[in-house]
Write a protein that binds this ligand. Structure first.
Ligand SMILES: NC(=O)c1ccc[n+]([C@@H]2O[C@H](COP(=O)([O-])OP(=O)(O)OC[C@H]3O[C@@H](n4cnc5c(N)ncnc54)[C@H](OP(=O)(O)O)[C@@H]3O)[C@@H](O)[C@H]2O)c1
Length: 233
């Protein structure tokens, strides 16, 4: 729902398009619309997308994947991937695809580290991208004593320790923030590193806790839910 604003912001920034990595997703109710990618490009006011994902394994996601493959061949999309797919659903795509997905975007944070899924992805040369990397801002997670201790040791914030952990764990990380100071701080992660022992301490926080639970009912609802994209400001 923010593609038009993102397109305007890219233009307004003056940053050359080729220096921006632009990622977006196709929503389930658009999987069978043959011009869904072209409409997305139009909303973004650009002629290519760096990474386009299938948002949910809902409805006719094979048709959605085919749309992305076609857009890739036409040079409208540079890479394609999946979001919220399980290993079984990813395998289904791998079995039928012409063009392999490059990435899986799914919920990953210190309380849900998805180690088994990552092993599956690594075998397929796929990368994991962590949504809710900060547990959607959950204070209990962010204030875990291990993060406070490491933050003090490295002169960083607890959030920076969590983001650094993601990077060292091989997770592409997309923290959300509406605060410019936080956005700056979230890039400032490359002048220190966590030791193997510290990485192991954070690994021990895993408890397979998810903040979002998908259900068949929800997925079915997503297919009929048509977001009013054309009314975007
Ligand atoms: N594929 C999917 O189905 C799916 C589902 C959910 C989310 N996502 C994507 O995942 C991304 C992240 O999701 P999210 O933003 O909901 O969760 P998140 O990144 O885990 O957490 C965001 C929260 O952390 C806070 N925060 C960020 N940086 C901070 C800092 N340096 N210090 C203190 N607090 C900080 C933010 O507050 P401030 O604004 O105050 O900084 C915000 O409350 C988004 O791009 C979203 O679109 C994808």
């Amino acid at each position: 729902m923010n593609e038009k604003a993102v397109g305007r912001a890219i233009k307004k920034s003056g940053v050359p398009r080729k220096e921006i990595f632009l990622e977006t997703k196709l929503w389930p109710s658009f999987y069978e619309q043959t011009d869904a990618v072209e409409k997305t490009l139009k909303r973004l006011d650009t002629d290519y997308i760096d990474l386009l994902l299938i948002h949910q394994p809902a409805g006719n996601y094979i048709a959605g994947y085919r749309l992305m493959e076609r857009a890739y061949k036409e040079g409208k999309v540079r890479a394609i991937g999946l979001s919220n797919f399980t290993a079984t659903q990813i395998q289904e795509i791998l079995d039928i695809c012409e063009m392999k997905p490059a990435i899986l975007q799914t919920e990953v944070h210190p309380y849900s580290q998805e180690q088994k899924l990552k092993e599956f992805l690594a075998k397929e040369n796929m990368v994991i991208q962590a949504w809710y990397p900060l547990g959607h801002g959950d204070k209990v997670l962010i204030q875990e004593p291990v993060f406070s201790r490491l933050a003090e040791k490295y002169g960083k914030s607890n959030v920076q320790i969590i983001l650094r952990w993601h990077i060292q764990a091989g997770n592409v990380v997309i923290p959300g923030s509406k605060n410019p100071d936080h956005i700056h701080a979230n890039f400032n992660l490359f002048d220190f590193s966590l030791s193997d022992e510290e990485m192991a301490e954070i690994a021990a926080l895993n408890k397979d806790k998810r903040y979002y639970t998908s259900t068949p009912e929800l997925l079915e609802r997503y297919v009929t839910m048509v977001p009013p994209v054309d009314e975007q400001k």
